[in-house]
Design a protein around this ligand. Sequence first.
Ligand SMILES: [Cu+2]
Length: 404
Amino acid sequence: MGAVFALFSGWYFWIPKILGLSYNNKLSKVHFWLLFLGVNFTFFPQHFLGLQGMPRRISDYPDAFTGWNMVSSYGSIISVVGVYVFLYVVYNQLSLGKLVSRFPWIIIPFFKDILQIILHRAFIGLEWAINSPPKVHPFINLPVTGGIVYTLVYIFHSIFIKNIIICDSPKPWGIFFQDGASPLMEALIELHNIIMFYLIITLFCVGWVILSIIINGKKNKISNKYVLHGTLIELIWTISPAIILILIGFPSFKLLYYMDEVIDPKITILVNGHQWYWSYEYSNYINNENNFIEFDSYMIPDKELTYGTLRMLEVDNRIILPQLTHIRFIVTAEDVIHSFACPSLGIKCDAFPGRLNQFSVFINRIGVFYGQCSEICGVLHSSMPICIESVTIEKFLVWLNQQF
Ligand SMILES: [Cu+2]
């Protein structure tokens, strides 16, 4: 979206200079604010939905996602209205725009346009009035004179920390991750928070520079169109991003290696993605008929839902796992690419036909954890949820006994 706004601002800046025609100022402001509100109302909810674990490109989604999706839809409608206003601004400019400047290009004198310019006494745009290149300027340093406000931002994320576990699924109007239930997910949330810290500092510094240029207009002490370079500021804006990247890189690499290898798992589960259900195989156990314990897991359709179950998330056969145990998942697919994902356990692993991927999970506590296929795999991509139930080891052994 940044590029889109840059294109629009480029249009508003250059087109009057190139065509010499003014545009409707008020309408262009309406366009800016409509688009600004529209894209933010569209993409911020999408961000929240992502944190809550909603996969991309699904046609139908669990009910918890409805609220933010609705806001997002209204946001995109506002954006569309904004684009129509822009098209009208352009039409208005081309058909009714007043002459504001001399054409920068060489104009053949017998063109009647030049006559019009003389008749309208149009002034010459400043951009074309200055020497090119400009005269050598007398500044030694970048003309920044004090007044720098250092803003310290403290984020009270206590509103996000709620130790009441309702269900490990997305919550209506949720704006943060689901409760982490594995050390891995807790570390991932920690990494997210570390990166957000630097992100917010950067946002405030850059935002302050931009806002002070916009608000103070020509009087601002930051920008000067005749300044070509300033060694100090260039050193600062080259080195400080490098330092920030290193500071982000260290915890990121630590986590990457932490996730890397599966050491001494106690249970191995083979996950097989199909169009459109999952099948699971407990490869450590063989039943009386010399077969592995295996079963298919289908989504429960809307008509068969009982009160309190989650639409688009509940399955007929859950994966039952013991808590506080090292578990290895081996993931593959039968037909097309699927992706085995469970947000509260920090799992997302692509399932490829003819390939085995693996990852490990250590579940901290008992609970029911919901996820969805996260790689578009056909029409019923949204109808192959994942449901992992973590139980005590005793209960797990009882369940295991029933499978023989
Ligand atoms: Cu799938």
